[in-house]
Design a protein around this ligand. Structure first.
Ligand SMILES: Cc1cc2nc3c(=O)[nH]c(=O)nc-3n(C[C@H](O)[C@H](O)[C@H](O)COP(=O)(O)OP(=O)(O)OC[C@H]3O[C@@H](n4cnc5c(N)ncnc54)[C@H](O)[C@@H]3O)c2cc1C
Length: 440
């Protein structure tokens, strides 16, 4: 039984990227959508407490940018107008795969140098402008309200500490990795999902520098990807506000330092010297910030035999990926597209089981892409398939051949940018190109 005030009202817990995008999707089918955020939304383009990863370099994959442009027409042009640098993901960006420098060519894939706070702010401004969406900050959700087998609202606490309830027909949990969905379900006697976790112990250090014309030769950026035997990564990218963002990352026990000399030494040991050069020559504009990311997690809500009606979980609360692959925001975009599609196709009825089943299908590809990369490292625990060794051997050769044949590099970047499935790398044409003899 639902109270009248809950009908047509959707509540989203968490006003970060996944929550805002979910609100955008719901706004087409619900009379009103309220986003409840614990933090105060910042007045400037700065990181905030509830999103500590906002201070780290975030890649916006091409698929994510295209999806944002679909949800908010004109988004890509608005990024450019806001001073976000962009360029071809292969021609204007240097890639080192397994230590091999990828051959440059025009890939047709657009890359963007945009900070995480700027992306969130741009999404927030657009969601705030939707006439039937309210963004309410300074409000923490402490629990769900249930009647029978459905949620009918949430319990909230405002800045003053005053408690209240907000009625809702649908509650979407977009509270990130700290989501309380599981204890809330347990409290109501509902089953909680099993979780698959892949532990890589990633450590990030990001620092920003003033852009200097001589550095990076006009390119958008450069990335050194980690691989077995070299569990270190480096990224340097031009961003809005005339800044270079430099990210050093280590995994499986490798930890980037935060002092100048140590950062330079860490970056200098890698194949590409772009990050090292920026660290050596450019003027820093802030302090280095370190962040740990122990493991990727996938929660199998789709496998539950009983769902709490009207309760969905999205974004990092549902599935959180090793950040090295830059997938989180793009997957949040795709989940919002999915939500919008499911609502348009079959309405609000039985949304929870329908959403979790379809989201599991959506997540399979990015999850296998990321964990497939992680499981190349023999130290990483996880299930390996019988064909993994053969496929990994082929992909090792593929990455080496991409140093000579730019077509292979483009194919790799299409997959990495989620514009093509992993299986596209196994086409007969690419297999033949991979096996062409290479000059030593
Ligand atoms: C180090 C690092 C680097 C990353 N790099 C990339 C990258 O390169 N590219 C990419 O696409 N993704 C990247 N990601 C992932 C990306 O940050 C997330 O996928 C993205 O922010 C979407 O997350 P989310 O909205 O689900 O959760 P979050 O961003 O974690 O936000 C959760 C929100 O919920 C709020 N909240 C929590 N509990 C409550 C409550 N009880 N009541 C009210 N509000 C609440 C929080 O304040 C916060 O605003 C990275 C992640 C990390 C950790």
């Amino acid at each position: 039984m639902q109270s009248d005030s809950s009908v047509g009202h959707a509540v989203v817990i968490g006003g970060s990227v996944a929550g805002l995008l979910a609100a955008r999707a719901l706004s087409s089918s619900y009379t009103h959508v309220t986003v409840l955020e614990r933090d105060t939304f910042p007045a400037q383009t700065v990181s905030r407490r509830g999103v500590p990863q906002g201070r780290q370099v975030h890649a916006l994959l091409t698929r994510g940018a295209v999806g944002l442009d679909g949800l908010f027409p004109g988004f890509i042009d608005a990024m450019t107008a806001a001073g976000v640098p962009s360029g071809d993901a292969q021609a204007d960006f240097t890639w080192f795969l397994d230590g091999h420098r990828m051959a440059a060519a025009a890939s047709g894939l657009r890359g963007f140098g945009v900070s995480r706070p700027r992306i969130e702010e741009m999404i927030r401004d657009r969601v705030r402008a939707l006439p039937n969406v309210s963004l309410v900050d300074g409000t923490q959700v402490d629990g769900l309200v249930r009647v029978g087998d459905r949620v009918v609202g949430v319990r909230v606490r405002g800045r003053s500490g005053a408690e209240d309830t907000v009625p809702a027909e649908l509650v979407v949990d977009a509270a990130g990795r700290g989501s309380r969905a599981q204890p809330w379900l347990r409290e109501f006697g509902y089953p909680v999902p099993e979780q698959t976790a892949v532990r890589t112990n990633v450590v990030y250090v990001t620092r920003h520098y003033q852009q200097e014309p001589g550095l990076l030769d006009g390119r958008l950026g450069a990335t050194v990807v980690p691989f077995p035997g070299q569990p270190r990564a480096a990224v340097v990218v031009r961003q809005e506000a005339d800044r270079f963002a430099v990210l050093l990352a280590g995994l499986l026990g490798e930890e980037p330092p935060t002092d100048d000399a140590g950062m330079i030494e860490f970056a200098s040991a890698l194949a590409g010297q772009d990050a090292a050069e920026v660290l050596r020559s450019a003027t820093p504009v802030d302090e280095p910030v370190k962040m740990r990311y122990p493991e990727s997690t996938l929660n199998h809500f789709d496998k539950l035999d009983r769902h709490l009606g009207g309760f969905l979980v999205v974004g990092d609360a549902l599935c959180s990926f090793n950040p090295i692959y830059g997938q989180g925001m793009t997957v949040a975009v795709m989940e919002a597209e999915l939500l919008q599609f499911l609502l348009a196709e079959h309405g609000r009825q039985d949304l929870a089981p329908r959403f979790f089943a379809a989201a599991a299908t959506l997540l399979a590809e990015p999850w296998s892409l990321a964990t497939g990369g992680d499981l190349r490292f023999p130290e990483v625990e996880g299930e390996r398939g019988p064909q993994d060794e053969e496929v990994n051997g082929y992909l090792d050769q593929f990455r080496a051949s991409a140093a000579i044949d730019p077509v292979l590099g483009t194919a790799f970047l299409k997959v990495a940018n989620m514009m093509a499935p992993v299986t596209s790398l196994l086409s007969p044409e690419l297999m033949e190109r991979t096996q062409r003899p290479r000059a030593q």
